[in-house]
Design a protein around this ligand. Sequence first.
Ligand code: PEP
Ligand code: MG
Length: 540
Amino acid sequence: MKAYNGKSVYKGIAMGNVVVMKDRALPIKRYRIQEIEAEIARVDEAGKKAKFQLQNLYDKALKKVGETNAAIFEIHQMMLEDDDYLESIQNMIRTEQVNAEYAIAVTGDNFSEMFANMEDDYMRARAADVKDVSNRLVKILQGREDVDFFSIEPSIVVADDISPSETVQMDKEKILAFVTVHGSANSHTAILARMMNIPALVGVPVDLQEIHTGMEAVVDGFQGKVIFEPSKEICEQIQKKLQEEKEKAQLLQTLKGKETITLNGKRIRLFANIANVGDVGYALENDAEGIGLFRSEFLYLGRTSFPTEEEQFQVYKQVVQMMGGKKVIIRTLDIGADKQVDYFNLGQEDNPAMGYRAIRICLKEPEIFKTQLRALLRAAVFGNLSIMYPMIISLEEVQQIYKIVKEVQRELDRVQIPYKIPEQGIMIETPAAVMISDELAEMVDFFSIGTNDLTQYTLAVDRQNEKLDDFYNPHHKAILKMIQVVVDNAHKCGKWAGICGELGADLELTETFVKMGVDELSVAPSMVLKVRKRIREVEG
Ligand code: PEP
Ligand code: MG
């Protein structure tokens, strides 16, 4: 029995077998080799294994997600047979006498850059593929394991760290809990775990060499503890807790269909945050009164090319239709910082949280923005859709956005495609936006306060940095004062203000928010009924 403590990012209990993700990137070292032909043979051998893995992935994806989506694994297999690519690797090994891992990584980077600079959209999209293929080869050569989420039983996933794009690609039904060695409690991976209703621990000092796939484990998110190979007594205790949790969840079910109203009759709109269409089910199951934040950027993650207008339109339309007339607030893409996508070719930044992200990318690369806006305006015809823009810092940005929306409107008019201009609001997640919220309120339909970023930018505490978790204090007076300022400024202009950051679900502050006059709280689906229960207990 081995027990470890970590930071709990979603409280829950899990019990089951472990799957260890040992496929974290290892540094690729360059070293001189003596046996050139043997090194080239290693590349050939890795190529064969990679093709076998890709064929397997193709077969499984074909059954699960259809031919179009499975085709990517075929393209990757073809790349592994590309003469130019293979010769470039072999040449490097021969001429520079370097190891296979290094030659593959450098060739992958060079080819990726070459593709990224091509005119043709299709070829440009291959930049990420060639990187993927090279990573796969390096991974095989380094002896790292690939977890096949298609075929595992529901498991406790243990990893060094997990990125948002990896998390979003995982099949929720297959994950009982997340346990990671690194990762901050405020990261998007943690947010996704909460949204998926999956117990999760980060900062667990477990040695991954000592843990293996198939081991039994229990996770207690309330105590922030994971125990590998638990004793019979521990298993019994955990079983009991699981049962208690089930009973509590059942009790909460009685709040379904009840109004979200304080003891003195003040109504609060209680919405849910989602990352994709699959989450709408959770929002409805938990009786959310709308969607307060659809993080649309997750549509762009975990793939190798931009989602088309049509793909996006279908998703947004489906979400508004599934919500059947309830409000759905879709945030335009918030890529950058921890949400990295190869095919955007954003490049390395020293300070990504303060970097090229969110609305900044959209304003600098309006074609990407317009594709999303066209899809949103078209989908607005099918339900109660609102658009929300992230990371706003100035009035000029809002003016520029409206100009682009106008252009999109004209384009749609020209081709006579039906659309609707929906309600448009902004996220208040920078101190700048707070300070000018009186003027911004005149320009927009609503505010939604993103307390996750507002905390990091106000306190100058990187939300991704696990060393700073103790300094990341969203209860800081400065944050609470800012929320009050924003709500007051919205109300002075007859606009509404909500909170969609994680703080919105903090039951210790529910009463404070109600008293501040917050109009809407948007929380993880799993928190909706808990927040409703709290609101019904307080005076507003
Ligand atoms: C926020 O910053 O509070 C927010 C809701 O956006 P995200 O967490 O996706 O950055
Ligand atoms: Mg944010």
